[in-house]
Write a protein that binds this ligand. Structure first.
Ligand SMILES: Cc1cc2nc3c(=O)[nH]c(=O)nc-3n(C[C@H](O)[C@H](O)[C@H](O)COP(=O)(O)O)c2cc1C
Length: 372
């Protein structure tokens, strides 16, 4: 095995686990891998609480934080930088046709759309804004770097140069997710220490090149910078394949959605456990940028001939947040979705995070021995 990253971070296994759930992050770190908390959905105050909780539960073992730093979003183009009313400003940019279309889709599925819903003005979850505007993402980095983190990762673009420099001054490594060789080269130029090469199979925002092709291309293009393989990795065999392609370790996301520690609704877990690899779709329906997710009546509505077309990030997600508010606590099952990758086909039993790490390493060791 390539030991570069286990030595760099003092971890046992080069398994990096992306999760929005602090319990999963702590469990993977405590099992010998590295948990990385997705900060996107947290307000600065909430992120502070989550990281404090993780600090108290990992006993000094290393963990990371992931932020989303889109190179291009509507708020940047419009110069919106006041977080206190960014939600209302962005909502004003959404055409009436799109609000009406959301109401129509919901009504078609039996939702009572006559009920008024309140959306917040600021940059929080209640406004449907999240950390992917420049104004809401920057405070997340500041809070992440005020904790004893080992890794700062970012998706859709590298962190700003000033954040990378600050991370380095504090001894924190910086990683960036990419889907094309040129993006990896750009991020390395910016000072990123580790590249996460994420293929088309992956859950969440994803590019068009498959992991099998992307990974060796990126490894060769930016050597000797270490590369984590991502997208379609959830077992020891898949991990061995990534390492054979030149990865220094693996970055995983979907597989943690069905672990015992993950918080999610019963409907979502049930759908994930039953889904096959053909039940996901790469669609702009969730955030406005292509993201792999469960195929649902919602994703299909945005592909339908009468659809007005999806809006750019973050406007499309504001429409999702609005729809969620209208649906309330018992949404129609067929509209409920979740970002997830093609490996959802193998996520058909609930295991503990520790067991997932252990199973992956056991199968990895077996397959390497067999091949050897
Ligand atoms: C539910 C879900 C949400 C995600 N959200 C983010 C995110 O906020 N930031 C990020 O860097 N990556 C995000 N990702 C992508 C993961 O970091 C990871 O690259 C991807 O899941 C790897 O492919 P896999 O799903 O096949 O394991 C998300 C993935 C999933 C499944």
């Amino acid at each position: 095995m390539n030991h570069e990253l286990t030595e760099m971070f003092g971890i046992e296994y080069p398994i990096f686990a992306f999760s929005h759930c602090r319990d999963v992050v702590a469990a993977v770190t405590n099992a010998g891998g590295m948990g990385v908390l997705g900060a996107l959905a947290f307000s600065p105050e909430q992120l502070e609480l989550e990281l404090k909780w993780i600090d108290e539960h990992v006993n000094g073992r290393p963990y990371g934080v992931d932020v989303v730093m889109p190179v291009k979003t509507v708020d940047r183009d419009a110069g919106l930088d006041d977080v206190s009313d960014i939600g209302s400003k962005l909502r004003e940019m959404i055409p009436q046709t799109h609000w009406d279309y959301v109401d129509k889709v919901l009504a078609d599925h039996g939702v009572d759309v006559s009920r008024d819903v309140e959306m917040e003005a600021g940059a929080g979850m209640g406004a449907g804004v999240l950390g992917w505007t420049e104004a809401s993402g920057a405070p997340q980095i500041e809070i992440a770097l005020s904790h004893d983190i080992a890794l700062l990762a970012s998706a859709l673009g590298p962190p700003p140069k000033s954040a990378i420099d600050q991370a380095h001054e504090q001894g924190v490594k910086v990683a960036a997710l990419i889907g094309r060789v040129e993006q990896a080269q750009r991020d390395v130029q910016q000072g990123v220490d580790i590249i996460i090469a994420q293929g088309y199979e992956a859950g969440g925002h994803t590019g068009e090149v498959a992991t099998m092709v992307l990974l060796p291309d990126v490894v060769d293009a930016i050597a000797p910078i270490p590369v984590l393989g991502a997208g379609g990795i959830g077992s020891g065999r898949q991990m061995a394949a990534a390492m054979a392609l030149g990865a220094a370790g693996v970055w995983t996301g979907s597989i943690w959605l069905t672990v015992a520690e993950n918080e999610s609704s019963g409907v979502v877990t049930d759908k994930l456990l039953k889904a096959t690899s053909s039940d996901t779709v790469r669609s702009r329906a969730f955030t406005g940028k292509p993201a792999r997710q469960l195929r649902t009546a919602w994703t299909e509505a945005w592909e339908a001939p009468e659809s007005p077309g999806t809006l750019p990030m973050p406007l499309q997600f504001i429409l999702n947040a609005y729809a969620n508010r209208k649906m309330g606590a018992n949404p129609p099952k067929e509209l409920v979705g979740m970002p997830v990758g093609q490996i959802v086909s193998r996520m058909n039993q609930v295991r503990s995070s520790r067991q997932v790490v252990f199973d992956m390493m056991q199968e990895y060791a077996d397959v390497v021995e067999t091949l050897g």
